[in-house]
Design a protein around this ligand. Sequence first.
Ligand code: IVH
Length: 681
Amino acid sequence: MSQIPQAVRERADSLHQQLDDANYQYYVEDEPRITDAEYDTLLRELQSLEAEHPELKTPDSPTQRIGAAPAERFEEVTHAVPMLSLDNAFDDAELAAFVKRVADKLECDGDTLTFCCEPKLDGLAVALVYENGRLVQGATRGDGRTGEDVTLNLRTIRSIPLKLRGDSIPPLIEVRGEVYMRHSGFEALNARARENGDKVFANPRNAAAGSLRQLDSSIAAARPLEFCAYQVARLEGEDDAHSHSDYLKRLRTLGFRTSPLLDVVKGERGVIGFCHRLGEQREGLDYDIDGAVLKVDSLRDQRELGFVSRAPRWAIAYKYPAQEQTTTLNDVVFQVGRVGTLTPVAKLEPVQVAGVTVANATLHNMDEIERLGVRIGDTVIVRRAGDVIPQIVGVVESQRPATTRAIEMPEHCPVCGSQTERLEGEVAARCSGGLFCPAQRKEALKHFASRRALDIDGLGEKLIDLLVEREWVKTPADLFRLEAKSLAELPRLAEKSANNLVNALEAAKRTTLARFIYAVGIREVGEATAASLAHHFGSLQALSEASLEALEAVEDVGPVVARHIHTFFRQPHNQETLEDLQGVGVTWEEVEIAGRPQPLAGQTWVLTGTLENMTRDDGKARLQALGAKVSGSVSKKTAALVAGEAAGSKLEKARELEVEVLDESTFLQRLAEWENAEENQ
Ligand code: IVH
């Protein structure tokens, strides 16, 4: 022990502390102060010090979250205090009845009662025991009396402190809370599983439960699990809490995350108001909640109220409509996308899921259909959460009727009749018709005219369908050859709108290189990649001649996308289209590329709501030109949120995470300052 030089020991202590602080800032305060890369650098330094001096490796070191040797089975744990369940309320009247029951029992006026209100996270309950500040045991709820010892798995979760913080550490505390997975983590996990042909999880709750049940804790370590505390079940030592909310405050100072959405309110109105407000926020949250939990705040009142059978009288769970429902799969149709990809779409017996009628759901691809083992006529489980497209996550096989039918990939494109093909190494099947297929042609034109591409005002989807069906337009350049006189003959297009459309087409000819690259629809080249390409190469000529190596040198461009771009420019028909477009007068200014300063490099921005003086896409392009990344969702890493009119959940999230929020005029002013600074360089 004594052989370790003092300086090394001090450095290890300091790294340990810095890493613990970083976890606390990230998970508890939602306010990271170092980047993930910096965290990893510190962690690696500590790992190498510990490798050199194994005595430094304490059980509560941040390096010890990587999982341990696989166990044979989980030990049983008897809970010192049983883990109870909650009674449910399903509407305002049942909430009011709960408040009245409590008030009657306490012989007081319901309006004077204080309640602590929290979201009911949809994960699984665990109990964590700390002795003298060290995590000694973590267990699942099990049947409420005995659960399973999953300490090794819980230790891998970075929002569970291995060692408590602060200087009022109790000799013993048992903390309870929910282990859950965020939508973002869940989607990424399933996307990876789909790619590798592994099992996909039906929902984040199953994914969290499945991860905690791993006997090999290195698997749990790789899963994006989080913990949120909601109860102190046992506490020895100093205890000056008078209310449940006092306990939650204490939990925060000890290093636990508690819900940022919790609120302390009074009486029936307060409780009902909280449930409604939380219900409105539910869609925008990055994790599933299935309700709210309302708890009498005063601990003295809680003791007086006590329990009935297996639930406390002092708390109730208010349940929101379920995010999963069962319904019948009536049919499967195949949609043809812009590059011919056939996507199976489920036609469902319409069903209400979390307040919205769902009649269609994506089935992703044939692999997914096989994995689900789903047949037409089956009873299926449909899930809808937040902004995510409704999904079929399972089949109720026990309810399978005798008459089900297999789902088969059509041999011919349902739109143009061309042969379909499934290319080696690709999960999707495609129509081989290319731009001969009206579906692909329509989609390509819609993309070309869309707001983020050439932004052709007045050229909507219906009109494009009509123009393609009449064969007036076959290629994007044909659009610019349309004449007002013939357009005015189309049904529902009066002379005035025909003129407007021709003017809009004229105006759309002046565009930017980034928009043009995006508009021509190269596979997997989205707006951000198009902007990077324009910025990097400066001209269409340079881009079209770029080698694979040169393409891969561009930010955002990997080998697959590089190949798509390379192939695109080597197809004679694409070259013809590009020349034709320039021939009819589509132009842009060449982009200046040499040594342009990027004051926003490394920052991620988010735009939301309606902007008055510019489109969101223009705002995005200008931010990207300044070096910023523009993302669709707010996280702790967001540098700033630009909020236009009617900004919704993203604004709330930004406030919750204390991300800087700019209104449109401040945003415009800042943009102008940065852009001018660039010019003056
Ligand atoms: S308090 C005695 N608070 O809901 C009260 N439970 O039926 C113990 N849950 O399985 C529970 N969020 O996992 C409480 N903020 C919250 C909660 C919560 C989710 C779950 C918990 C338990 C179930 C209770």
